[in-house]
Design a protein around this ligand. Structure first.
Ligand code: ACO
Length: 434
């Protein structure tokens, strides 16, 4: 924002009086009306279910132009980061605002690797779950439980404590996610290997076993690195807003990230990558696509094309663009170029983008449309897709949480409501009720 220099104002009339409200400008993007004093000056609240017209905070981290299909982290295009950066470099950028120098990068990497192990006591937590528990359910619980391990000595108002919490979460989240998988298949947990890159270490913890030497998988770790970068942050989406809301009460960051994981899990949000692969499996063949397109358009049918549509993007999601070409490359390299799900996805996209229903509503493929196909081809089980999304997004959540904690305008999040229930009425004794 061009801080405190409103260039114009908007007058809003209330039951008591009219009042002028400043209009604030960001670096780019739409101006916002500063309505913080709206109720005090007019006696009115705003009504905005789903926050479709509400900016809840100032942020310098991520910018999305949904009409143009642009996504920037700290000013850098996501396409450039996906092509040239590594996940940990992008994580540094998102967390600290600038691309690191060589020294800063190396210090950051050692800081992250220093924290990759989890407290040994946490192993016992996993054993309390059923083996078929969804990894997201396990992650919600285990990440939330970290607050029981790191609570007493955590002062969320101390920048150094916040930094350690950020290192801990970014470092431990792959370990936690991989352990959820290992537990589900009944294999021993694999301790992290700090000599491996961030994505390679995750693959090792997922697919390594103690009785075999680990063969590095450069094709898979390169593909995973890109997926991690593309999911690292995405402005004030549902899960990030959840993290901010929980964090605004002064709660532990581990509890806030656990809430973010819960929010991400839903099929309208991060759970869509799993839903896309299930949907492509259900469609089964290119010939059946028109049937599913018709169902998606039918208002009496709850079916939606998963991986299609986005609250902010009214154009191609740039992350989907990167993943679409990555899908071709990765599947080719893995010798799975003839993957039937990829063929169905490509044809589904082609047909949908030519259909007036999707064109009129500006429904385009989102990040989840191609990510699941790549993950599946890599041998990642479907249930782990959203867990991988959560793993990557932890960086964004922590950056947003830190930014909120440093924001002098930060207040506990507390929306108001339009009450439509009964007006005040007298209590009726049970024998007098009808
Ligand atoms: N298939 C069919 N119709 C759709 C779809 C879809 N995937 N998405 C939206 N529409 C239609 C709606 O029915 C509605 O039509 P109408 O105007 O005739 O009533 C119109 O498009 C607008 O849809 P809304 O639900 O109002 O849009 P909203 O911004 O609230 O929802 C959302 C966005 C949740 C992403 C939605 O597009 C959706 O459910 N997509 C499928 C799930 C998905 O892929 N989620 C991942 C999002 S990306 C992420 O979170 C990482």
């Amino acid at each position: 924002m061009t801080e405190n220099t409103p260039k114009k104002s908007v007058t809003i009339g209330g039951p008591g009086s009219n009042a002028a409200f400043p209009v604030l400008s960001g670096t780019v993007g739409p101006d916002v009306i500063d309505i913080r004093k709206l109720y005090g000056e007019t006696g009115l609240f705003t009504y905005d279910p789903g926050f479709t017209s509400t900016a809840a905070c100032r942020s310098k981290i991520t910018y999305i132009d949904g009409d143009e299909g642009i996504l920037l982290h700290r000013g850098y295009r996501i396409e450039d980061l996906a092509e040239h950066s590594s996940f940990l470099e992008t994580a540094y950028l998102i967390l600290f605002g600038e691309l690191p120098t060589a020294d800063e990068y190396s210090n950051f990497m050692s800081g992250v690797t220093y924290h990759t192990m989890i407290h040994d006591q946490i192993n016992y937590l996993y054993r309390g779950f059923r083996r078929d528990a969804h990894p997201m359910a396990v992650m919600v619980a285990v990440v939330g439980a970290l607050s029981a391990f790191y609570h007493e000595d955590l002062d969320t108002n101390d920048p150094h404590h916040r930094l350690i919490a950020s290192y801990r979460l970014v470092a431990k989240i792959p370990t936690i996610a991989a352990m959820a998988y290992k537990y589900s298949v009944g294999q021993p947990f694999m301790y992290p290997r700090n000599d491996l890159s961030y994505p390679e270490n995750f693959l090792y913890m997922m697919f390594g076993v103690p009785c075999e030497p680990w063969q590095e998988k450069p094709t898979l770790s390169k593909a995973l690195e890109k997926i991690f970068i593309l999911h690292a942050d995405h402005e004030q989406n549902a899960s990030t807003s959840t993290v901010r809301l929980v964090g605004s009460t002064g709660a532990s960051p581990y509890a806030a990230i656990s809430a973010g994981i819960a929010s991400l899990w839903g099929p309208a949000h991060g759970g869509a990558n799993e839903a896309v692969v299930n949907m492509l499996g259900e469609i089964g063949s290119v010939e059946r696509i028109p049937e599913f397109i018709a169902r998606a358009k039918d208002k009496d049918d709850p079916f939606r094309l998963m991986g299609f549509g986005h609250r902010v993007y009214k154009n191609y999601d740039p992350r989907a663009g990167v993943l679409k070409s990555s899908a071709d490359e990765v599947l080719e390299e893995l010798g799975k170029g003839d993957n039937p799900k990829l063929a169905i996805a490509r044809e589904l996209e082609r047909i949908a983008l030519e259909d007036d229903y999707f064109r009129d509503r500006k429904l385009f493929p989102n990040v989840d449309f191609y990510s699941g196909i790549i993950l599946e081809a890599m041998g990642i089980p479907t249930k782990m897709f959203t867990a991988i999304f959560a793993l990557a997004r932890t960086v964004g959540w922590m950056a947003q949480w830190n930014e909120m904690m440093e924001d002098p305008e930060q207040k506990i999040g507390r929306p108001r409501q339009l009450y439509t229930g009964a007006a005040q009425r007298p209590y009726v004794a049970i024998d007098k009720r009808r």
